[in-house]
Write a protein that binds this ligand. Structure first.
Ligand code: 5GP
Length: 185
């Protein structure tokens, strides 16, 4: 099954996280969040566009606790994975003061994007702020704090389950490593 899928797309080196593993882990995280926020009243889930839209949709549909969903969109200028400048291109619709906020991100590499977001939202005085991330690249000194993590992956460019390369591969149902020759072209 796996090899058929990667063979079907010659740009992919290998599948790192299968569709089944993702769905199982999303369910586990949702149950943990249900438990942790059982007395919170209402949770505001903030998905970060575009990469986290699939993860946010899957996760929130598994939540049993009361919650609402909103999105922010970011763009990064400059070299990715270094201290590129992060900018908000679409902000939240409502203030988050006194809300329990759960930030949902697709991927953390060096952690600059996430720590920027955490600072930005913390300054708006939410009742609480936690972070849920689908995949994190294994690194020595990552910056940002993560409360719920799907998977740790090796340091390679990955696509699928919301993650793209040049706007491609975003809707693959699994997370796969792109062949280095594709992104080093
Ligand atoms: P950080 O700020 O943590 O170094 O980088 C995080 C951002 O870089 C992510 O939000 C994502 O946009 C992008 N990124 C880093 N690694 C990858 C990757 O392997 N695949 C994709 N599609 N995006 C990545």
């Amino acid at each position: 099954m796996k090899s058929t899928m990667t063979n079907a797309n010659p740009d992919l080196a290998r599948i790192l996280v299968t569709r089944e593993a993702i769905q199982t882990r999303v369910g586990e995280i949702a149950r943990q969040i249900d438990h942790d926020y059982r007395d919170a009243g209402r949770l505001l889930v903030v998905g970060i566009l575009r990469g986290a839209f699939i993860f946010t949709a899957d996760l929130t549909r598994q939540l049993a606790i009361p919650h609402i969903v909103d999105f922010m969109a970011l763009t990064t200028y400059g070299k990715r994975t270094t201290v590129g400048e992060v900018r908000v291109v679409m902000d939240l619709r409502e203030p988050i003061e006194n809300e329990h906020v759960l930030l949902v991100e697709d991927i953390v590499d060096g952690g600059h994007t996430l720590s920027y977001l955490q600072r930005l939202l913390a300054d708006r005085n939410p009742a609480s702020l936690r972070t849920c991330v689908m995949v994190r690249k294994v690194r020595e000194n990552a910056l940002a704090r993560i409360d719920y993590l799907g998977f740790e992956i090796p340091d390679a460019w990955v696509v699928g389950y919301g993650l793209d390369y040049a706007d491609r591969y975003r809707t693959l149902p699994f997370i796969a490593e792109l062949k280095p020759e594709v992104y080093r072209k």
